[in-house]
Design a protein. Structure first.
Lengths: 90, 269
């Protein structure tokens, strides 16, 4: 071991990196886990409807169900393209 | 009333079978009539860790199919009269176990007066793992202080809260974390998640912390559950975990780096 190795090792706390990564990932996975089965279908159908009028990306529609005590909030957000797109034919 | 404890983890190789064997031995040693069942159909291993591999005649699937009685299939442990092992089948396909079949075996064990039934779950989240946890009153989730094991444990905790009989009835399976292969030295060096880290991430307290120690491998080599090695840190840590499961309050041991004295530094200890 070199004389100055301790200097570089100081910055290498990989455990805290692991903890941060896990906290973000698990929070995300838990919110998906508790979501009702119909959410992915709802998301796809909404996307199809919106695409009749606006050319949005496949991941433009986000559907989340939030629980706040006894009440539930269905949060639907649609990211519109930067330039106003022309409506799709049909 | 028999209490059913599932030992599960999601991830493989974290110490489910080692823990099942030691917890079952510890419960029996504490005077509880205990059965330990291997749910890993096709990959039987609990018999080997318990040291009764040469005495398996009938297995779990034989009992479920009515080819053998429960009495015939239960292997009595040579060390404890009140400890019995039910081996997994080695040859049958994984669909051999059914919910109804498992329920009947568990009910028959309860009728036989067993206090504890320890279910050693297979890895994964397939049918075997599902059946091992379905009837559980209590779950011991075995976790290593390592990213993939922690993530899979959270997945398993989600299943325990939704796919068990208790969950379907609107009740909860009592959940515990059992942290295994813990190295205080590596935690101190910042290379390993600490007990507090794992508890915080999973939102659950640990019921035991088993230090990484050479005796675990030595015990499985010998077919003697490590809890019976009363001088080893791992054995003592399992004994503490059993006491906590039985409701005793015990401080955690072997979770900090031992400060070596002059003599052990000089002569190794």
């Amino acid at each position: 071991m070199g004389l100055f190795d301790f200097l570089t090792q100081r910055n290498k706390n990989t455990a805290s990196t692991a903890k941060n990564r896990l906290q973000i990932l698990i929070q995300q996975e838990r919110s998906l886990r508790n979501a009702p089965d119909y959410l992915p279908v709802l998301q796809r159908e909404l996307l199809e409807v919106i695409r009749k009028y606006i050319n949005v990306d496949a991941d433009a529609v986000k559907v989340d169900l939030h629980k706040d005590g006894d009440s539930e909030l269905l949060d639907i957000s649609v990211a519109l393209p930067e330039k106003p797109a022309t409506a799709a034919n049909g | 009333m028999a209490e059913i404890i599932v030992v599960t983890s999601g991830k493989g190789g974290v110490g489910k079978t080692t823990s099942s064997a030691s917890l079952a031995c510890g419960l029996a040693k504490a005077g509880k009539k205990t059965a330990v069942i291997d749910f890993d159909v096709g990959l039987r291993n609990l018999d080997l860790i318990m040291g009764c591999e040469r005495r398996v005649v009938y297995d779990f699937v034989n009992v479920v199919n009515g080819e053998a009685s429960l009495k015939q299939a239960l292997i009595k442990d040579k060390r404890f009269d009140n400890l019995h092992v039910l081996a997994a089948s080695q040859t049958r396909d994984k669909d051999a176990l059914t919910k109804e079949g498992v329920e009947k075996v568990l009910k028959d064990l309860a009728d036989e007066g067993f206090d504890f039934i320890v279910c050693d779950s297979p890895a994964g989240i397939e049918k075997g793992a599902f059946l091992a946890m379905y009837f559980a009153d209590r779950a011991v989730v075995v976790v290593n202080p390592e990213v993939s094991s922690v993530r899979d444990s959270d997945r398993i905790l989600g299943l325990l809260a939704s796919k068990t009989q208790k969950a379907e009835k609107g009740e909860r399976v009592k959940e515990h974390l059992l942290l295994t292969r813990y190295s205080p030295k590596r935690v101190e060096a910042g290379d390993m998640l600490s007990i507090a880290d794992v508890q915080e991430i999973l939102g659950l307290e640990v019921v035991g912390v088993i230090p990484e120690s050479p005796e675990v491998l030595q015990s499985s080599n010998a077919g003697v559950p490590v809890i019976l090695d009363e001088v080893s840190p791992a054995g003592q840590a399992y004994t503490d975990a059993v006491a906590r499961i039985l409701g005793e309050d015990r401080p955690m041991r072997f979770t900090t780096v031992e400060k070596k004295g002059f003599f052990s530094k000089m002569f190794g200890g």
